[in-house]
Design a protein around this ligand. Structure first.
Ligand code: SF4
Length: 122
């Protein structure tokens, strides 16, 4: 099987032709540097994404706090992640970059971070 990908590791956006056998990458052409092959292997064999979402707040004028994971998580777990996010509530002030949840989804080292301040209006 063949698949075309655009490498997103840098602004050049190389067009990659990827040969796949049994869900494994066997050949990558079109990359202008080694990152392209690495990207193709990751994207085909173990795709991951940074999750961005919002979490409900309680007791604040801002009802939804924007958050993101600090590392990419497996794409196959995005639905689980959204379910987990929907169960979270923020009940205290937080600053941008503050950790809302550690070892998110039981993945060691993956945290959910606030991407804006949550404060009471003055
Ligand atoms: S293969 Fe290398 S040069 Fe091409 S887009 Fe990816 S990182 Fe950039």
């Amino acid at each position: 099987m063949k698949k075309k990908l655009i490498c997103i590791e840098c602004p050049k956006g190389c067009s990659l032709d990827v040969d796949i056998e049994n869900c494994r990458v066997v050949k990558v052409t079109g990359a202008q540097c080694p990152k392209g092959e690495k990207y193709a292997i990751s994207e085909i064999e173990d795709p991951k994404r940074i999750l961005t979402a919002t979490i409900l707040t309680k007791g604040f004028p801002l009802k939804l706090l924007p958050v993101r994971t600090d590392q990419p998580i497996p794409k196959a777990r995005i639905a689980d992640a959204m379910k987990a996010i929907r169960k979270l509530r923020v009940t205290k002030r937080v600053k941008t970059g503050e950790v809302i949840a550690r070892d998110f989804l039981g993945i060691p080292g993956v945290s959910v971070l606030a991407t804006r301040d949550l404060e009471m209006l003055k």
